[in-house]
Structure formats: C-alpha cells, structure tokens
Design a protein around this ligand. Structure first.
Ligand code: URA
Length: 248
C-alpha cells in the first residue's frame, strides 16, 4: 500500500496530520536513512523504513484494543461530564478510535476499541446476533437493600423460572420479546448470554422478572474472551489471532 508520509505518521498514532507535518519540517523524520522535509512524499508501507527521532514507525491502518472497562466511565468518544473509555487509552493512539458498542457507565468488562468501522458494523449489525456473555449479580426487587442476593440464596424455583423465561424471551417493553438468552449459575452470580444489544438489555430483562442487577461485567463478545490478566481499567492491543476471530 502506498500512502503519503503525513498519513503514514498520523495513522501510526504520531499526531494529527498538521502536527506530523511540523515534525517533518523540523527534520526528525527519515525515510530509508535519509532525513525528509516534505510531507507529501509517497511511502510504500511494505518496503520503506520510516524513523521518527531514530525510532522505527510501523504502519497500521487500523488499531484494535481490548479494554477491561471500569465503572464510572462512559462508552463514548467525547462527553461533557464524564471520562470516556477513549481517554483511558494512554499510549500514542489514533484520533479516530471509538468503542464497539456500549456498556453502561456502571458496567465493567470487555470493550473493543478500534477505528475499523467495517469490523464494528459487522459485530453490531442487528442481523448478526453476535453472542455476548456477562457475569451478573442480582438483588430481589427494585429497592437497593444492600443485601445482595448470591446465586446460592436465590430459591432454586426462582432461578428455574428466570432461566425458562429468558430462554423463551421476555417482554421488556419493546415491540418484540427478547431473543432466547442462556442463564447459568456462576460462583456468587450468573452467567448470561444474549445475542442482541438493546438499551440496558440485561438490566431490563432482570427487572421484567422482579430482580435488579447490582453488578454487571461483560466476559466475551463472539469468540473473543476478556483477558483475565487485565485488571479493571487496563487495556492491551488485540493479537492478530484475536483480530481474525472478530473478523470471522
Ligand atoms: N445490558 C445492560 O443492561 N447493560 C450493559 O451495559 C450491557 C448489557
């Protein structure tokens, strides 16, 4: 692929197009061992070697991160009030990154952040029905009693009723019932797998059966699993293999 030098540098996360033009003028960029002063020269991304202050710059048209989203940040690219998930990515990053879908402000867990719009559309397209699994803890009723129900404390008949209701689809006030979802017990809580992405979907599903969600964390999206080594708030680049998994 052949691109202009300023695009090459901006795509590699070195700054905006105008910032990188300034770097080129300053003479800190070299191509194949020669300092260059023009931003519009053409770079062959396969063959040319670009150095930024002596450090090699790899071209990447797209960037892909896995974030273990903490509570208290919003799944948006900008927000007047709250910190966004994009602000958590601290290393040199492209300015066109966005989160693939949304997790509520108080939801934790797996969030993919990229600038690859095609991949995002593929994962989010309503017709695709990509499975998403969440670990969830619930409390009986609407009021926060500070008395969280552990899975073991919820009567087995209740669990069975909820499991059946979710498997059949529940009325959460939308035109259609929810698509079949799977509920399994997991430690102190449950693992729920849904294949849609409606607004506050899991919270509304539990509300429909008389429970309130007190903790929610996304564990997987399609075949992509949250890396257990990522602490809440931490992120890392996706591996080539993980990118392939998402593209399939
Ligand atoms: N369902 C919810 O209710 N909230 C989320 O953040 C994700 C799924």
């Amino acid at each position: 692929m052949v691109v202009r030098l300023d695009k090459y540098l901006a795509d590699a996360g070195k700054g905006t197009r105008s910032q990188v033009k300034q770097y080129v003028k300053k003479g800190i960029i070299s191509v194949n061992g020669v300092v260059v002063k023009k931003s519009d020269i053409k770079i062959d991304t396969e063959k040319d070697e670009v150095l930024f202050q002596g450090q090699s710059v790899m071209y990447s048209e797209f960037q892909y991160y896995m974030l273990n989203k903490p509570q208290g940040v919003v799944s948006a690219t900008s927000d007047k009030k709250d910190k966004t998930v994009i602000e958590l990515i601290e290393e040199e990053k492209r300015r066109d990154l966005f989160p693939v879908g949304r997790l509520d402000k108080d939801t934790e867990g797996l969030l993919v952040i990229t600038n690859d719009g095609k991949l995002a559309n593929n994962l989010l397209a309503p017709g695709k029905h990509v499975d998403k699994s969440y670990y969830v803890e619930i409390v009986k009723g609407e009021i926060d009693t500070n008395n969280e129900e552990k899975a073991g404390n919820i009567p087995a008949e209740d669990i069975e009723t909820i499991r059946k209701a979710f498997a059949e689809g529940v009325d959460i006030g939308d035109e259609k019932l929810t698509r079949p979802a799977i509920l399994e017990t997991s430690g102190d809580g449950f693992l729920i797998t849904i294949s849609e992405g409606r607004y506050h979907q899991i919270k509304r599903m539990f509300q429909a059966v008389g429970y309130r969600v007190s903790f929610l964390k996304r564990i997987s999206m399609g075949k992509l699993m949250l890396d257990e080594n990522l602490k809440t708030g931490e992120y890392r680049k996706l591996t080539e293999r993980e990118i392939d998994i998402l593209k399939k």
